[in-house]
Ligand binder design. Structure first.
Ligand code: IPD
Length: 276
C-alpha cells in the first residue's frame, strides 16, 4: 500500500519554489485580467506559477492527473477520477496579490481514488508552511497543529470569504448569513481574502469555524487534509460529507460548532466545478 510520503516531500519542495516565485512577482508590475466575473482576478503570475508546478510534477509523476485553477479556467475539464490527482491553486488570494495585501498562498492537494491524501499550503508573505498527510498529523513549519476544541458558539471566531458573485440577491444572502453568525452572538466574523489561509487558521486553532459558498476544489483540497489531521471537521454546508466539487464548505474544530454553522446558512448556488 502506497503511503505517498515521497509525494509529500516533492509537494513541499515545489510549493516552496512556487511561493518564492510569487514573492518576487509581488514586487513587480502585474498584468491583471478577470475570469468568471469582474472580481474574479487572474494575473500572468498565476499562469506562470501553475505552469511551473504542473510541469515539475508531471516530469516526476507522468501517470498522474492534474486539476489546476488556471488550466480549468482555460477550459481543461475539471474531473476527479480514481487516478492519483494533484489539485493546485498557484496563487490563492489573487486579489490580495494584486494589491500586495499580505495574505497570499500556494496550495497543492493530492487525491487518490477520490480520497484526499496530502496537502501543502505556503504563505507567500511570511514563509509559513502548512503540511499534512492522511494518518500522519498536520504541521505548521514542522510543529504539530491542533484545532480549537471550543464547543460554545458564543466564544467562537468565524471566518468566511465572499466569493466572486456580487449581484444584489447573492449579496443579500451572503450578508444575511453573516448577520446570523454575528448575532448568535459569536466573538466575530473575519474575511482575509484567501480561502486556503483562512482554512489553515482553523487547523491551527486561531479560529473556530469557516464557511463559504463559491470556492473551488483547489481552495479546499490541501486545507481539508490539514484540518482533518489537526483534529477538525470539513463537511458540506448541508451537514453531510464534503463534496470536493460542490463549491461549498463548512470547516470547524468541533462538530458542535460545525453543526451550528450549518443550521444558520442559507445556500448560494455557484454550480459545480465538474460541470461548469
Ligand atoms: C479565491 C480566494 C477568495 C475566495 C474565492 C477563491 P483565488 O481564490 O480564496 O478569497 O473568496 O472563493 O476562489 O481566485 O484568489 O485563487
Amino acid at each position: 500500500m502506497e503511503d505517498w510520503s515521497d509525494c509529500l516531500d516533492v509537494a513541499v519542495q515545489i510549493t516552496r519554489r512556487a511561493g518564492q516565485m510569487v514573492q518576487s512577482a509581488v514586487k513587480q508590475e502585474k498584468r491583471v485580467s478577470s475570469k468568471s466575473t469582474p472580481t474574479d482576478l487572474v494575473t500572468e503570475a498565476d499562469h506562470q506559477v501553475e505552469e511551473l508546478i504542473i510541469s515539475t510534477l508531471r516530469e516526476k509523476y507522468p501517470s498522474h492527473r492534474f486539476i489546476g485553477e488556471e488550466s480549468s479556467a482555460a477550459g481543461v475539464k475539471c474531473e476527479l477520477t480514481d487516478d492519483p490527482t494533484w489539485i493546485i491553486d498557484p496563487i490563492d488570494g489573487t486579489c490580495n496579490f494584486v494589491h500586495s495585501f499580505p495574505m497570499v498562498a500556494v496550495s497543492i492537494g493530492f487525491a487518490v481514488r477520490k480520497e484526499l491524501e496530502l496537502g501543502v499550503i505556503y504563505h507567500c508573505f511570511d514563509g509559513t508552511l502548512y503540511t499534512a498527510r492522511k494518518g500522519h498529523g498536520a504541521f505548521c513549519n514542522g510543529v504539530r497543529l491542533q484545532v480549537s476544541k471550543e464547543k460554545d458558539v458564543s466564544k467562537a471566531l468565524i471566518l468566511t470569504e465572499i466569493g466572486a458573485k456580487r449581484d444584489p440577491a447573492t449579496l443579500d444572502i451572503f450578508l444575511g448569513n453573516m448577520k446570523k453568525l454575528l448575532s448568535a452572538p459569536t466573538h466575530g466574523v473575519r474575511i482575509i481574502g484567501s480561502s486556503t489561509l483562512a482554512l489553515c487558521h482553523i487547523a491551527s486553532g486561531a479560529a473556530e469555524a469557516y464557511y463559504q459558498y463559491g470556492l473551488h476544489c483547489w481552495d479546499i483540497a490541501a486545507a481539508a487534509v490539514i484540518i482533518r489531521e489537526a483534529g477538525g471537521y470539513v463537511i458540506d454546508t448541508t451537514g453531510g460529507a464534503l463534496d470536493l466539487m460542490s463549491r461549498r464548505v463548512v470547516a470547524a474544530g468541533s462538530r458542535e460548532i460545525a453543526d451550528y454553522v450549518v443550521k444558520q446558512l442559507q445556500p448560494i448556488n455557484y454550480g459545480r466545478d465538474d460541470t461548469d
